[in-house]
Design a protein around this ligand. Sequence first.
Ligand code: APR
Length: 320
Amino acid sequence: MARSKIALIGAGMIGGTLAHLAAKKEMGDIVLFDIAEGMPQGKALDLSQCGPIEGFDAAIKGTNDYADIAGADVVIVTAGVPRKPGMSRDDLLGINLKVMKSVGEGIKNNAPDAFVICITNPLDAMVWALREFSGLPHNKVVGMAGVLDSARFATFLAWEFGVSVKDVNAFVLGGHGDTMVPVLSYSTINGIPVKDMAKIKGIDEARLDEIVKRTRAGGGEIVQLLGNGSAYYAPATSAIAMAEAYLGDSKRILPSASYVQGKYGLDGLYVGVPTVIGAGGTEDVIEIELSDEERANLTVSVDAVKELLEACKALDSSLA
Ligand code: APR
C-alpha cells in the first residue's frame, strides 16, 4: 500500500515542527510548502538527514509549487503571519484572510480529497474562510485549537493537583482565544470530577478560576516569554493527534473547531466542540449538557466568532 502523504502549507516554526513529528512517527511522506524560497527546501533537507539517525523512512520535500501537494491525504495549514506589536486585530485578519484565499485555491486545485486542518489565527474565522475558499465539504475542513487549549488546561490542572498529566482529562469549548470556555464540570482526574478532586486536595474555587484564566491566556503567556513568535511545539503536537485520528480512522473525540449545524443552538458556524474524527473527517459533533453559566460563556465565545466572520465578509466581498 502506498504511504500516506501529508502536505504542510507554511514551513515556519509550526510547519517545521509538524514535519519533524510526522517523520518521526512515520505517518507518511511529507511535503513542506511555503512562499518563502529556499526555506522549505532547506528544512526538508535538514529533516531528511534526521532519518538515518532516528531510523525513519519518509520522503520529505520542500517546495514553492502547489502542484507538489497533489494527492495529499492530509493538509495542515499554518501559512500566515502572527500578530506583531502595533498590528491591530483587523490588520492581522486582513493579511491572513488573503493568505487563506491563496491556500484555499491551492488545495482546491491540487488536493481536493484531503482532510484539511487549519492552525492559522484567528483560528475560528480562518478555518471558516479556508473552507469557503477551498469549497471542500465541511466535514473535511477543521480547525486545531481545542486539543491545544485542553492540553494547556490539563497541564495546569496536573501541576496543581500534583498528579500525572496522563490522568487528566480536561475539557474546553468555544472559540480559540480569550473567550474559550474551559468546562470544569466535564474535566476529570482519572474519572474523578475536578471539583471533587479540588475538595479532596483543599483547593478552593478562586484557585480553580485562576487556572481557567491562565488557560484562556495560555497562548499570550508564551508569546510574552518568547519575545519573538508564538508557541509551536504544542500546537504542532495537537494537529498531529488530529491527523492521526483521521489517517487511523480512530473515531477519537477531540475538541476541534468544527462546522456546527443544529447542535448547541448554532446554525452553520465553526467553533470549538467535541468532535469525532475518523476516516470520514469530522464525523460527528457531541452535544453535551451545559450549566446556565457555561452556556452563557459559550454564547459570548460564539458572538466573538460571529463578529470576526462579519469582519471577514467586509474585507472580502466574495465571502458575503
Ligand atoms: N502561502 C504559504 N505560506 C505562507 C504564506 C502564503 N500565502 N504567507 C506566509 N506564509 C508562510 C511564511 O513564509 C512562514 O514561513 O507561513 C509561515 C508561518 O510561519 P511562522 O511565521 O513561523 O509562524 P508559526 O509560528 O508557524 O505560526 C503559524 O499558526 O498559531 C498560528 O498564530 C499562528 O497564524 C500563525 C500560524
